[in-house]
Design a protein around this ligand. Structure first.
Ligand SMILES: Cc1cc2nc3c(=O)[nH]c(=O)nc-3n(C[C@H](O)[C@H](O)[C@H](O)COP(=O)(O)OP(=O)(O)OC[C@H]3O[C@@H](n4cnc5c(N)ncnc54)[C@H](O)[C@@H]3O)c2cc1C
Length: 372
């Protein structure tokens, strides 16, 4: 039983919206604060990294750069997403596309070593857990994705990976918050002092305050850093893709994610910098040449958006739920927000209900001292 009736959530990004929807299913007054203007802002101008993201849910592929905990959080989240989406659908809200066609990993012949390394890691992972993969040759690649360039001769098919239309989800979550009577206070940057939310003119006390500000919590979370990522959103009528494709590349693992209306997101660079300025010429060239190498059809694609944002990262790029009296910070989801957020929110709800969440206890830290 949750021992709080008046809860504030600061930050209406991915974590804040998911948590607001979960908490407001109970008899709790939930107030959601957001610094952006939620009514008029175009998705690409929103501060939340959640809008810049591609929405890939790739527990196996992402474990190459992280650890087994990420895999378990991701594998749990993949099972939780359908019920979250079902809940949104049951309220007769917008459609949220959740695609479970797996993902395809490919490399140009000159980057074969990167693919071999990826395969070695995947084999190692499958020995430790129940992850599935299948090595595929050129004919299998082209039967999965007929529009891919014929230069791809070898790859891996990961049947248990997924992707979500993140912008549909974000908009649907906000509608659900409204339908479930969450009080939304937008256009209002705030600070948090234990159980108080402080804005320019006011201060309000709550039973609990959840800090879901992502990189916006930098001033209070001194070990938080931003990791720059750049993506392009293009439209291309001549190309069809049934699942995300990850292209091995010596500098980044680039991916191409299909979105509704023949839109595609290609990304993302990963640069240790908190510079949020526009996409650099070098990144633009790398992303566009990756697109063209996936299929020459992209020569005639139109660039709809070029976006930059910061992934909120803590030590070892691991997420953390820090409980300090009545201030609970959920942060550090790094490049894995869509991959792991449902499992994190599930753990928070279990903890609030006084239950053990055996697998994910390591996510929590408890401190006496106030962050303020
Ligand atoms: C280029 C890029 C690509 C990505 N691709 C993927 C992907 O394919 N798959 C995946 O799983 N993850 C991906 N991610 C990661 C994912 O976007 C993040 O992990 C996730 O968005 C983090 O969620 P969050 O709620 O903590 O932060 P955010 O989504 O950034 O939300 C934070 C919110 O807090 C608000 N806020 C900040 N300060 C204040 C304040 N003082 N007062 C009030 N409100 C405030 C912000 O305006 C924002 O709305 C990607 C990230 C980037 C940058």
């Amino acid at each position: 039983m949750i021992d709080a009736t008046n809860i504030a959530i600061v930050g209406a990004g991915l974590v804040g919206r998911l948590l607001a929807v979960e908490l407001s299913k109970h008899s709790i007054n939930v107030t959601l604060y957001e610094k952006d203007n939620l009514a008029n802002l175009k998705d690409q101008h929103a501060s939340a990294a959640a809008f810049t993201a591609a929405g890939m849910i790739a527990p196996i592929s992402e474990t190459i750069d992280s650890d087994i905990d990420t895999y378990h959080l991701g594998a749990t989240s993949i099972k939780l997403w359908p019920s979250i989406i079902e809940h949104l659908k049951n309220q007769h809200l917008q459609q949220v596309e959740f695609q479970t066609n797996g993902s395809l990993i490919i490399a140009h012949p000159q980057d074969q070593a990167e693919l071999d390394f990826f395969k070695l890691n995947t084999e190692r992972l499958t020995r430790r857990c129940n992850a599935q993969f299948q090595a595929v040759d050129d004919s299998q690649i082209h039967s999965l994705e007929p529009d891919l360039s014929s230069t791809f001769k070898q790859g891996l098919f990961l049947p248990d990976e997924a992707q979500i239309d993140n912008r549909q989800l974000m908009s649907s979550l906000l509608l659900a918050c409204k339908a479930q009577n969450v009080s939304i206070i937008d256009n209002t940057p705030v600070q948090i002092r234990n159980n108080c939310v402080v804005s320019k003119d006011t201060q309000h006390a709550f039973d609990l305050v959840f800090d879901c500000r992502g990189f916006g919590a930098k001033q209070q979370l001194t070990n938080l850093r931003g990791v720059r990522g750049e993506v392009l959103r293009v439209s291309c009528d001549e190309f069809t893709l049934s699942r995300p494709v990850r292209l091995m590349h010596p500098r980044y693992q680039l991916y191409l994610a299909p979105k509704p209306n023949k839109h595609f997101v290609i990304g993302a660079t990963q640069i240790e910098s908190e510079d949020q300025s526009a996409v650099s010429v070098q990144s633009m060239m790398e992303l566009c040449s990756a697109l063209y190498s996936i299929s020459p059809a992209f020569a005639e694609a139109r660039i709809l958006e070029q976006n930059t944002n910061l992934r909120p990262a803590l030590a070892n790029n691991k997420p953390c739920i820090q409980v300090c009296d009545k201030h609970i910070s959920i942060n550090g989801l790094f490049r894995h927000g869509y991959l792991i957020a449902p499992a994190i929110i599930h753990s928070v709800m279990s903890w609030l209900n006084g239950k053990e969440c055996q697998h994910f206890n390591h996510l929590f830290t408890f401190t006496e001292q106030s962050h303020a």
